[in-house]
Write a protein that binds this ligand. Sequence first.
Ligand SMILES: Nc1ncnc2c1ncn2[C@@H]1O[C@H](COP(=O)(O)OP(=O)(O)OP(=O)(O)O)[C@@H](O)[C@H]1O
Length: 262
Amino acid sequence: MLEVSNLTKVLPNGRKVLDGISFKVKKGEFVGILGPSGAGKSLTMRCLNGLLKPDSGSVVLTDDQGFSSDICQIKKRELRKVRQKIGVIFQGYHLVKRASVLENVMIGRLGQISTFRSLFYGFTDKEAEEAVKALEQVKMDHLSGTTTSGLSGGEMQRVAIARAIFQSPALLLADEPISNLDPSNAKVIMKLIRPLSENIPVVGVFHQPEMTAKYCTRVIAIKDGKIIYDGDPKLTNDQLVEIYGEELHQMEQHEQPILATN
Ligand SMILES: Nc1ncnc2c1ncn2[C@@H]1O[C@H](COP(=O)(O)OP(=O)(O)OP(=O)(O)O)[C@@H](O)[C@H]1O
């Protein structure tokens, strides 16, 4: 369970960029965060994985094994441990280009093994098998020995998802995971992410309301640092206009149709 309470962040110039952000995400939920440019989506995500300390508020992560931690309160050393429980998929994939697909997956657990073992990618046969299974899950096992530099964007994101699966996280964060992909690859990635939420909470930032409507179980919209919508992923035209305002028309020109035509 992820419990975000009253996150507040004020810039030195006095502007409140996060203003009382609160929500809970349970296992079984795939929450898509939407909002116009500069709304506070990335700042919220950075608070969720401990990269940004809010001025006030808490981010409590608990798992089925009894682990519980407020990410906003802990010291750096503990934060490093807690972040091993948080899988992250990025817009830019964050893969090691010269390493093989399989090695990239194994990197997901480097923080969990001793420094000595990690120096030599010292994984056991069982761990290697698990990494291959993660690649099978995203249909990338046939490329496990190749370097990632020649892969397409969709393939790189599939490897990044396998890395997160292998990490066995208690929470998965997806930071604009489909922003660099064409619609058909974006669908593949959403279809791979969605079932992961059966075991852990999944939270992602998206710019594609048509995708969150189809694949997320819930949508949260942030505007001016506040949550202005939290509920059904299928948004009405009026709701989209309220969330995006002027920006909606720019999005319409670049993305698939968002507003219903009837
Ligand atoms: N380090 C910073 N210094 C000053 N202002 C910042 C800083 N980081 C973020 N902001 C401001 O805070 C607001 C929220 O930023 P954030 O990156 O969360 O927006 P966003 O919703 O992710 O937007 P986008 O969709 O364009 O990425 C923006 O107005 C941004 O300019």
